[in-house]
Design a protein around this ligand. Structure first.
Ligand code: MN3
Length: 229
């Protein structure tokens, strides 16, 4: 029995946040969870070396710097982000970095069944953007147009509508930055570290390929969770 509990604890530590709530409720000291697939599982769009460096070095550094700078903070990750404007740049950037990457890994998948967009989500995207192709076009435009480093997002905005937005650096739509805010249901990292080894300066090519590995099943689940708020 003891063995079972120990095993369960190991799995809990390594499990990716499968819900927005799980991710939002993380508290210090923060930990880097293992990727939910092998480094080479997403080769259709991202090479193994990029995945390894991105997760093991970049994401680890956000976690470490967040823990070093968070002090005696008792609040959860969501409340840290919701007060980002009042925090030091170190806390804002590394709390954002930890949330954004933890989220990002879960919206990608090598599994064909998860890459199929559920009918419910397709209907929502058709309704908001006209068609899935039009959504992708608008999303790629936002992602390609983000100057320098940052993220592109599909969010449920304050009024509950699906909207596309982008943020600089490690900011995200959960932060109180006075710009377009809402609940992320999908996001893409457009920092050069996410694509440079394979795509060099060709960010649009990276964006086009990323559609092959989107976990639409997970995005659909995030969207249903966002709608309940
Ligand atoms: Mn990154």
């Amino acid at each position: 029995m003891k063995m079972l509990f120990a095993l369960a604890a190991v799995f809990a530590l390594n499990a990716q946040a499968a819900s927005l709530n799980d991710l939002n409720e993380l508290k210090a000291p923060f930990k880097l969870a293992a990727l939910p697939y092998a480094n080479n599982a997403l080769e259709a769009a991202v090479d193994a070396k990029t995945m390894e460096i991105h997760h093991d070095k970049h994401h680890q550094a956000y976690v470490d710097k967040l823990n070093e700078n968070i002090g005696s903070e008792k609040g959860d990750l969501k409340s840290i982000l919701a007060n980002a404007s009042k925090r030091s740049d170190l806390v804002r950037n590394n709390a954002g970095g930890h949330w954004n990457h933890s989220f990002f890994w879960t919206v990608l998948t090598p599994k064909a069944a998860e890459q199929k967009m559920p009918a419910r989500l397709k209907k929502e995207i058709d309704g908001a953007f006209g068609s899935v192709d039009k959504f992708k076009e608008a999303f790629e435009k936002a992602a390609a147009g983000r100057f320098g480093s940052g993220w592109a997002w599909l969010i449920r905005d304050a009024s509950g509508k699906l909207a596309i937005t982008s943020t600089a650096n490690q900011d995200n739509p959960l932060m109180d930055l006075g710009k377009e805010t809402g609940t992320p249901v999908f996001g893409l990292d457009v920092w050069e570290h996410a694509y440079y080894l394979r795509y060099q300066n060709k960010r649009p090519d990276y964006l086009k390929n990323m559609w092959k590995i989107v976990n639409w099943k997970q995005v659909d689940e995030y969207d249903q969770e966002a709608l309940k708020k």
